[in-house]
Write a protein that binds this ligand. Structure first.
Ligand code: B12
Length: 466
């Protein structure tokens, strides 16, 4: 069996398990010796990378890459791999959206567009000298870039092997606390909705990743048991805060019943839309361990909501938010300030909304143009962003401190409202969170949060990128 090395280029200040690579590794290990390296949460060190690649004796080095801070790191790793004579293949959100431009980089031989479980296998067989039909990939042939059509191979999440948690090195670093660790799980693919700002609305994502799917909740139990058996500390919370977890009442019921049937009494965090939940669901999930839910509101202006493809009915939303809090589920609402074409009057509607809808936490972000989304096209049309003509040009996208004002609100005003509102909201949140830690005698968490809260995190990220 030949060796392959999968690398999570990651971001300097975000340590997160390489879920996408573990999903791939689980399938590929049937035919290859797979190694996974995760450089997230640390500075990249060129000599260490060189050593890792050499030691792996891999014929292919595959990287998972997001738009933004991942890019310069992934280019550096690819350059090192290429110098060592490896075949370099990129996958993940960025090359999925921009396969051609990614391939213009001299250190990248091929890209996988969208889900990789099936198409990557075929690509590896191709590089292994076999004659195969390539689908869902881009590659260079005689110096020319070729993009193949999408694969028709349907990926049934319930038929996939469990993610290869055993292939990651030093698994315990993702679970550092003795008792209070969070296990992130990915049980969905695609999205049932099509929001203007979201990656899931991209045509390549929809075509090459396919429709919305959610795995049978029984797999959550199996994955939890697997990770539990591999780590030395305890898991306290399951994090299902992916793009869209609680998609329907049927699924919510199935999820809760599965936890029950397996006798798993554990806390969990979810993500949904106001449209997909109601009183019955909330009361049910609260009883079965849901402690926090993330819901997007984004804007208080009916015009912007329509543009977002996310209509929020004010009266119903307030009622739902109240029910969530009454059931002691920590409610996080998210908002975007400065949508494309947003006016000051529309932003003021959002500020009013924030005051009306109860929440334990309001996460407010300035709109950040991300490539391939419907809004990105709108920003180009309105001449608000310049499309980078090289892969390197995407390094600052989505990164704090590189904000581009694409709204109709004067920049000074937008930033001042954004920082002022955030200062109030984040302070309220940190105080609430600290109170919660003290109340529950989580002193270590209290101290850690004191040193490492969102303010200091963002400050570090900002200083690093400057
Ligand atoms: C968990 C998560 C986070 C975590 C961890 C980040 C991380 N390392 O992924 C946190 C909270 C930190 C985060 C932050 C951000 N995130 Co985020 N996040 C996610 C989320 C919800 C799940 C990721 C995941 O595990 N997916 C499950 C796995 C199975 O999917 P996958 O990784 O895509 O892998 C599959 C394929 O892509 C492919 N593949 C992947 N890698 C490779 C490699 C090779 C070699 C091959 C062949 C194939 C391949 O095969 C895999 C299996 O089919 C996704 C949404 C999503 N559904 O993916 C957004 C997402 C990745 N995030 C996104 C964004 C925008 C951000 C932020 C910029 C948000 C912000 N405004 O701050 C930051 C940037 C963080 C950073 N600098 O790293 C976008 C990315 C868009 C883009 N163009 O890159 C996504 C897609 C959300 C969205 N719907 O728009 N995020």
């Amino acid at each position: 069996m030949k060796n392959i090395l999968l690398i999570e280029s990651g971001a300097r200040y975000t340590l997160y398990p390489p879920i996408g690579l573990m999903h791939l590794g689980a399938v590929l290990r049937e035919k290859y010796n797979v190694k996974i390296k995760d450089y997230s949460g640390r500075e990249i060190d060129e000599s260490k990378i060189k050593e890792d690649i050499q030691k792996s004796e891999a014929f292919v080095v595959g990287l998972r890459v997001l738009t933004g801070t991942h890019i310069p790191r992934a280019i550096k790793i690819s350059e090192i791999a290429k110098r060592l004579g490896k075949i370099v293949i990129w996958g993940g959100p960025h090359p999925t959206i921009l396969p051609e431009q990614t391939l213009q980089n001299p250190y990248i031989d091929a890209v996988v567009i969208g889900e990789g479980e099936y198409t990557f296998q075929k690509l590896l067989e191709h590089y292994d000298g076999k004659k195969v039909k390539l689908e869902g990939v881009g590659l260079k042939k005689n110096g020319k870039i070729k993009i193949t059509p999408a694969s028709k191979h349907f990926i049934d999440l319930d038929k996939l092997p469990l993610p290869a948690w055993d292939l990651i090195e030093d698994i315990n670093r993702y679970f550092p606390d003795k008792r209070q660790n969070v296990l992130p799980l990915s049980t969905t693919r695609g999205c049932a909705f099509k929001c203007g700002f979201c990656h899931n609305s991209n045509k390549n994502v929809r075509r090459y990743l396919g429709c919305y799917r959610i795995a049978n909740p029984q797999r959550v139990i199996e994955e939890y048991n697997l990770v539990k058996s591999l780590i030395k500390n305890k898991i306290e919370i399951l994090d299902l805060g992916e793009d869209l977890h609680l998609v329907s009442k049927d699924y919510a019921k199935k999820f809760c019943d599965t936890l029950d049937k397996n006798g798993l009494n554990i806390k969990w965090v979810s993500a949904a839309r106001y449209q997909t939940i109601d009183q019955e669901i909330i009361e049910m999930i609260a009883k079965k361990g849901c402690i926090r839910i993330l819901l997007g509101i984004e804007s208080g202006s009916p015009k912007i909501q329509k543009m977002n493809n996310k209509i929020i009915e004010l009266e119903r939303t307030i009622k739902i938010a109240e029910i969530i809090r009454k059931n002691k589920i920590f409610l996080t609402n998210t908002y975007i300030f400065g949508h494309p074409s947003e006016s000051e009057e529309e932003l003021n509607m959002t500020l009013d909304y924030i005051k009306k809808i109860p929440a334990d936490e309001n996460i407010i972000q300035i709109y950040r143009p991300m490539p391939g989304t419907p809004y990105f096209d709108l920003c180009i049309e309105r001449k608000k962003v310049q499309v980078p003509n090289k892969l390197e040009g995407w390094s600052g996208f989505g990164v704090l401190g590189n904000d581009i004002n694409v709204s109709d609100i004067p920049t000074k005003k937008l930033l001042s409202i954004y920082y002022k509102t955030n200062l109030v909201e984040q302070s309220k949140f940190i105080i609430n969170q600290q109170k919660y830690f003290l109340r529950n005698r989580m002193y270590k968490k209290f101290l850690k949060n004191f040193i490492n809260n969102r303010f200091t995190f963002k400050l570090k990220e900002f200083m690093h990128e400057k």
